[in-house]
Ligand binder design. Structure first.
Ligand code: CO
Length: 134
């Protein structure tokens, strides 16, 4: 059911420094810092040939990654995102197999303005998984 790996999200304590690391040291193509206040994050998109890395930093009061950064002061991997063809069908299939959807269970527009859902990390080996309708 899941398709391509869309992105891996990494929360970082210093977005400008992380951007420079990926660009200058690792030699990757990186975006400018993009503020997404509706999502409570600032992002740098790192374009790899086969997927993207998203460097995330909390933005605003209710950021979904603020608590993560408090627990992981040096930063760390936050989630992976897999593409699905039909997010409602994918959700129904996963729920029927016992997986839990975070939040209200309804798809929301994610950072790419495509419908996304997050699956409970305790159901997936301690990894927060996002699915995105490609
Ligand atoms: Co994501």
């Amino acid at each position: 059911m899941i398709g391509r790996l869309n992105h891996v999200a990494i929360v970082v304590p210093n977005l400008a420094a992380a951007r420079l690391m990926y660009h200058e040291v690792l030699g990757a193509e990186v975006s400018e810092i993009v503020a997404l206040p509706a999502h409570g994050v600032s992002i740098v998109f790192v374009d790899l040939p086969n997927a993207r890395i998203e460097l995330l930093h909390p933005l605003g009061e209710d950021s979904p990654v603020a608590a993560f950064l408090e627990r992981n002061a040096a930063g760390g991997m936050h989630h992976v995102c897999y593409e699905v063809a039909d997010i409602a069908a994918a959700r129904d299939n996963l729920v029927a197999q016992g997986l839990r959807i975070l939040g209200d269970g309804e798809p929301h527009l994610g950072a790419h303005d495509k419908p996304v859902l997050f699956l409970h990390p305790k159901d997936l080996h301690g990894t927060l998984v996002e699915i995105e309708q490609a």
